[in-house]
Ligand binder design. Sequence first.
Ligand SMILES: Cc1cc2nc3c(=O)[nH]c(=O)nc-3n(C[C@H](O)[C@H](O)[C@H](O)COP(=O)(O)OP(=O)(O)OC[C@H]3O[C@@H](n4cnc5c(N)ncnc54)[C@H](O)[C@@H]3O)c2cc1C
Length: 258
Amino acid sequence: MTPVDDKFFHKVRITQRVDFAPDLWMIRVRVPAEFSFVPGQYATLALEREGDGKLTQRPYSIVSAPWEDELEFFIELVPDGLLTPRLYRLQPGDELWMRKNPKGKFTLDTESGRKHHLLVSTVTGVAPFVSYVRSLAKDWREGRFDGVHQLYLLNGASRPWEFGYKEELNRFDAELPWFKYVPTVSRPWDHADWPGEIGRADDILRKYADHWELDPTNTTTYLCGHPDMIANSKAILKRRGFLDRESIKEEIYWIPPR
Ligand SMILES: Cc1cc2nc3c(=O)[nH]c(=O)nc-3n(C[C@H](O)[C@H](O)[C@H](O)COP(=O)(O)OP(=O)(O)OC[C@H]3O[C@@H](n4cnc5c(N)ncnc54)[C@H](O)[C@@H]3O)c2cc1C
């Protein structure tokens, strides 16, 4: 057995689990020590492999805001995957490993001068954006953020129950003058009662960019989740003049098999 090096890993305990769908759930974990991160960053979760004890590690975007006392993750089960079927079996009280350092640069652009932020995601790709909004919402209520940055979130899913954070994001949309949220469903024929937008996130990108008057001079775009959504959205954005590398940020969750 290879012992886990606690110089690099915390052992964290699950405090809460909510299942949104048979293959989508969230967990909250308590971290035993200081863990500073910026909204948009990810943590690396890991479990020891049976047999040799080596760690299977994967990155997960952090849903929670830095002010929360626990970390939250929104996870999709990949049935043939190495880690998620094992994470799926964990319940409150169970423990797992987490790297001590958060990582990633998928953070809100407050440097370029562009004040509009178009956030485009598929299913669990909404995770870093929930962290942005939770974080700014607290700053707004407590007078540390004046609303100068405007956030517009498109979240695509096949079916309505895949929107793990819809209620919370709708409440933010109603409360916060600087935040708009549009969930969109790509298989509406199974859900005649779905009242919202129809199509994939990249299908409705042009319409909403026009509606909100977002262009490369005033907007940074963030693409998170499914690799096809990211490739399609990038092509659309490039045709609309988003040519500067800094104006499109991306977090690709997996590489499709060739
Ligand atoms: C920066 C970053 C942040 C991430 N954040 C999240 C997050 O917040 N929530 C989350 O659920 N995942 C997230 N991921 C994906 C996550 O790291 C794992 O890749 C995923 O959970 C699958 O792990 P696994 O070991 O079960 O599957 P693996 O054994 O790694 O993969 C098996 C096969 O499935 C493919 N695959 C991986 N993920 C998917 C998927 N979702 N749908 C279809 N095919 C897939 C892989 O390409 C591979 O071919 C993130 C990835 C990155 C790079």
